[in-house]
Design a protein around this ligand. Structure first.
Ligand SMILES: [Zn+2]
Ligand SMILES: [Zn+2]
Length: 313
């Protein structure tokens, strides 16, 4: 019996070490359920040193991960010690609520974001009118738990207390909000691309995704890019005039076609696309999944993450 357990343990360790990234979603939806909103822990396998990509839901996600034995520790340990920092793509509540609500119980760490987002936190969230200032700049009294680290477009930023670094890009997310994407790189130079909420270039009248795809295409050609995490919020029936800076299956497929044009024909065959930010309501989620799979001419490997379930990339 003990030998079997040991063997299983070794098999699991081997599986972990042969992969580049470990991803544990703490929340996967783009609205509708406050216990399951965008937040993805990413780290090198087996190290328990994670960067949280957005932070819509934290504690409820940790609870699900513990219940599923994804982590074998306490809620407090995951929050305070496994999560080493937060990357925040933009200020919408479904991306920041978990961070704000759990700030009193959290440990000292960094928040990585573009300056616009840091300003928004200083003005609206970590301020006395709406909460308390748990960060290191802005309204007094300053509680100094979080340190804002200002990201610069295209400049690689190491993530403290992890082996990761991020390279940020801007995204266009409707008329009223900017958003951001990061290429997350591990110590081997392998990369996962995470996008916060984004519209399509054609709808947004933008070239933000085109710029991002140039970088991604080079990483696909050098076989360094392991996966792209990108949103699809609405089914195809959503009018293009009412997208509010989001994607549908059709628009994602258009954008992936642009990526394939740059990376080379067939380059996205079996490539992992992790679909984030589905908005629940009616049968929307099933519709979105069906529409993605039904028109998958590029042959990508769509994956729909589940809260608390570890994914190795
Ligand atoms: Zn969102
Ligand atoms: Zn948003």
């Amino acid at each position: 019996m003990q030998k079997t357990i040991l063997l299983l343990f070794l098999v699991f360790q081997n599986l972990l070490w042969s992969q580049s990234f470990e991803l544990v979603p703490l929340g996967v939806y783009g609205g509708g359920d406050e216990s399951n909103l965008s937040a993805y822990l990413i780290g090198e396998p087996g190290r328990n040193e994670f960067l949280s990509l957005d932070a819509g839901t934290i504690r409820a996600g940790i609870r699900v991960a513990l219940a599923q034995k994804t982590f074998d520790t306490t809620e407090e340990t995951v929050l305070k010690s496994y999560i080493k920092g937060y990357f925040i793509s933009h200020g919408h509540l479904d991306h920041v609520a978990g961070l704000i609500i759990n700030s009193p119980d959290d440990s000292k760490k960094n928040i990585y974001a573009f300056d616009d987002l840091i300003d928004l936190f200083k003005k609206h969230y970590f301020t006395n009118g709406t909460w308390s200032n748990f960060a290191n700049e802005g309204d007094g009294p300053i509680l100094n738990k979080y340190r804002y680290i200002s990201l610069e477009k295209g400049r690689k930023q190491p993530i403290e207390n992890t082996a990761l670094s991020v390279e940020p890009f801007e995204l266009s997310h409707g008329e009223y909000s900017k958003s951001a994407a990061v290429f997350v790189e591990n110590s081997q130079g392998d990369v996962v691309l995470y996008l916060g909420d984004t519209g399509a270039d054609r709808i947004e009248k933008s070239e933000k995704l085109a710029l991002l795809w140039q970088r991604a295409a080079a990483l696909i050609q050098s076989k360094k890019l392991k996966a792209v995490m990108i949103e699809v919020s609405f089914p195809n029936s959503q009018p293009e005039t009412a997208l509010y800076g989001h994607l549908t299956p059709r628009l994602l497929q258009e954008e992936l076609q642009s990526l394939e044009n740059l990376a080379g024909k067939g380059s996205l065959s079996q490539f992992k696309i992790i679909v984030t930010h589905l908005k629940p309501g009616g049968n929307q989620i099933e519709l979105i999944k069906g529409e993605l799979e039904a028109n998958n001419e590029l042959g990508v490997d769509y994956h729909f993450p589940k809260q608390g379930e570890r994914l190795l990339l």
